[in-house]
Design a protein. Sequence first.
Length: 347
Amino acid sequence: MAYLEIKHLQKSYENKKVLNDINLSVNEGELVSILGPSGCGKTTTLRIIAGLLDKDDGEILLSGNDLSEVPVHKRNLGMVFQSYALFPHLNVFENVAFGLKMRHLSKNEIQDKVNEILDITNLFNLKDRYPSELSGGQQQRVSLARGLVIKPKLLLMDEPLSNLDAKLRIQMREEIKRLQNKLGITTIFVTHDQEECFAISDHVAVMNKGRIEQFDIPQNIYNHPKTKFVADFIGYENLFEIDSQDTTAGQYSIAGKKLISDFSVKNVRYLTIKPDQINISKNDDDKNNLLSGKIIERIYLGRGYRYNVKTEIGIIKVDDQNSDDLFNLNDEVFLNLRSHSLLPLSK
């Protein structure tokens, strides 16, 4: 049996369905991310698990126990929010100790537990400082330490890195994964950032309009998205609706052009491929899935160039990091949509 089980979770606001039959299983010690755009229902799911919102229907089981009638303060869950939510009049030690004081632990127990977690989170030397004297990254570590010090049954994190700059976000996500591995705390991490999510997660639930569209390990979601939405959300910007298919041969037709994929799926509606998985050249090399086209736009990305190429099946986006071959507007080029990167989608 899974450590955390969410079964048929439903939630509506004024007849608008926010969560529609959410099912999720999380094993003990895992870090599972809920990934999706704003308004997809990921934060609502987290708040219902925490007991901050009531569900309309469904079950939430933690270690086999139904949380439905358990009040927030008795669920023993750690929570880390986007806003840090630190008390400005309390120093680092006092902020971290707050949850332990609410549990009426002795002064000595509080001292030992807080000092231990401050040492683990590299905050010990800052314990006398106030939030206004800390950087954004330090404040987030205090928030994380406060969530961890109570040794929660489950740690819930809602967009905890979104207020940090890019470099600090990378440092903090590595810190979160290090601490989660070290302490073995089962964690639900809500984010809209796919790179952040894939870097730290054991499993990922991709949400869209109140439903989980795909639940899998990060590598499978990245390399084998199951739906049009998941593919588009994680960067498969080229999406083509097919006319017909030969399932046995992995052949698909788009605007009369036959393309071959290494993946044969029944009832395919779309083919998709990421811009960086397409080979662009000026030579016709007679490979499968070769398309001719003309460059209609070139954009410098720093790591290379993005080309928008007009072809017989539509405009195709190509990301090329080969600085030796620079293509210009109106150049006639050939694109190889590699069969091992061309993915069929059923919906």
